[in-house]
Design a protein around this ligand. Structure first.
Ligand code: SF4
Ligand code: SF4
Length: 106
């Protein structure tokens, strides 16, 4: 997903909803933040010990977990902050620039 920024110079504040508004508890899933991302996390399953620290620390709840195991990253909401990669004790997460080939996972 990417945003069309070709006419960015013409953008006006009234074209966008007001930011940082939390009208209801748990409404972060209503805001798609993946368009902010310039890097994405890539997890090496061979290094991952399934400690779930990335899931705990992700500020956007963008780490998908099934049966108590990390399965993927939700790129609709992952904004590429790199917190998961910084917190991972096993160096299992690499941040890679958007648009480049994902590194081969061993
Ligand atoms: S890069 Fe940031 S938003 Fe994306 S999964 Fe990691 S901690 Fe969450
Ligand atoms: S923090 Fe690292 S080792 Fe722990 S579940 Fe996430 S990717 Fe796997």
């Amino acid at each position: 997903m990417s945003w069309d920024i070709s006419k960015m110079g013409d953008w006006k504040a009234e074209d966008f909803p007001r930011g940082a508004v939390i009208p209801d508890a748990g409404n972060s899933r209503d805001y798609v933040t993946g368009g902010w991302r310039s890097q994405r996390p890539c997890r090496d399953d061979a290094k991952c010990t399934q400690c779930l620290l990335c899931w705990i620390y992700c500020p956007d709840s963008a780490v998908d977990v099934e049966d108590e195991k990390v399965t993927n990253f939700n790129l609709e909401h992952c904004k590429g902050c790199g917190v998961c990669a910084n917190q991972c004790p096993s160096d299992a997460i690499t941040m890679v620039p958007e648009g480049c080939e994902l590194p081969e996972v061993k």
